[in-house]
Design a protein around this ligand. Structure first.
Ligand SMILES: Nc1ncnc2c1ncn2[C@@H]1O[C@H](COP(=O)(O)OP(=O)(O)OP(=O)(O)O)[C@@H](O)[C@H]1O
Ligand SMILES: [Mg+2]
Length: 255
């Protein structure tokens, strides 16, 4: 839950049109992947869905309810941010069952008791491979990959309605990345959320997405299943994007 509809959504930053009259429908419980080159508007799209920024024009609906003016906290949305700090709380340790910590924070805020907090965190920690040795550390004492895992954990200790992931695995090595990708997919099924997952990586998009949107300059060029995009690219840009990716992979293994 829920179904997300964007209708003619535009977001500008000065002269830059980051999202350009975008209309789309993301289905209830869908794992929807947005893939596209840098600066095409992926993060801006997630921030609009999270309510961190407001569209200049157009409407965003969750299950038919206009959410343009609904603040982030009331949307039931969780976002895992791209970049250095992943919006982790820098002054709080990774986890302590009886204190405000990165992993216990959403549960405490929700009024959960210590026993409930501990049970839930244990489950998430095991699933994501967050090591207990990290619990007393502050975010700056973790590697990038470790921080990403903690950010994923914090975003899922409370079941979100909408789960937004901005390049959540970019700092993991390929085997860890494959494993984490499967865990995210499993979490998605288990939580019954609608997930919007942003990546640069077309192979990742194809492996994990129910449907994939290929984005360029604030618009979706094609929204379809991985197979449809691969076999029937909607236009020359999508065809070239797929071809270049495939060629790149092939060459890496042949030379
Ligand atoms: N707060 C802002 N102020 C000014 N310009 C912005 C702001 N946020 C984004 N932009 C611009 O909007 C465009 C889209 O940015 P966005 O961060 O959504 O791209 P992206 O697809 O997430 O890129 P990347 O793959 O590099 O993360 C870019 O040209 C960017 O410079
Ligand atoms: Mg981005």
């Amino acid at each position: 839950m829920p179904e997300i509809v964007l209708q003619g959504v535009t977001k500008r930053f000065g002269a830059v049109t980051a999202i350009d009259n975008l209309t789309a429908r993301i289905l209830d419980r869908e794992f929807f992947v947005v893939v596209g080159p840098t600066a095409c508007g992926k993060t801006t799209l997630l921030k609009l869905l999270a309510g961190l920024i407001r569209p200049d024009r157009g409407q965003i609906y969750f299950d038919g309810v206009l959410v343009n003016d609904i603040p982030p906290r009331q949307r039931g949305v969780r976002m895992v941010f791209q970049g250095q700090d992943y919006a982790l709380y820098p002054h709080l340790e990774v986890y302590h069952p009886e204190r405000w910590s990165n992993l216990s924070f959403p549960l405490r805020l929700h009024g959960e008791r210590v026993g409930g907090i501990h049970a839930r965190v244990q489950k998430i920690v095991q699933r994501l491979g967050i090591h207990p040795d990290w619990f007393p550390r502050k975010p700056q004492e973790l590697s990038e990959g470790q921080k990403q895992k903690v950010a994923l954990g914090r975003a899922t200790v409370l079941t979100p309605k909408v789960f937004l992931l901005d390049e959540p695995l970019s700092h993991l090595d390929p085997p860890a990345r494959a494993k984490a990708r499967e865990e995210i997919r499993r979490l998605h099924e288990e939580l019954g959320t609608t997930t919007v997952y942003v990546t640069h990586d077309l192979a990742e998009a194809f492996l994990v997405g129910d449907r994939v949107a290929v984005m360029r300059a604030g618009r979706f060029l094609q929204v379809a299943t991985p197979k449809e995009i691969r076999d029937h690219p909607a236009d020359a840009f999508v065809a070239e994007f797929v071809r270049a990716y495939r060629e790149g992979l092939k060459r890496a293994f042949e030379t």
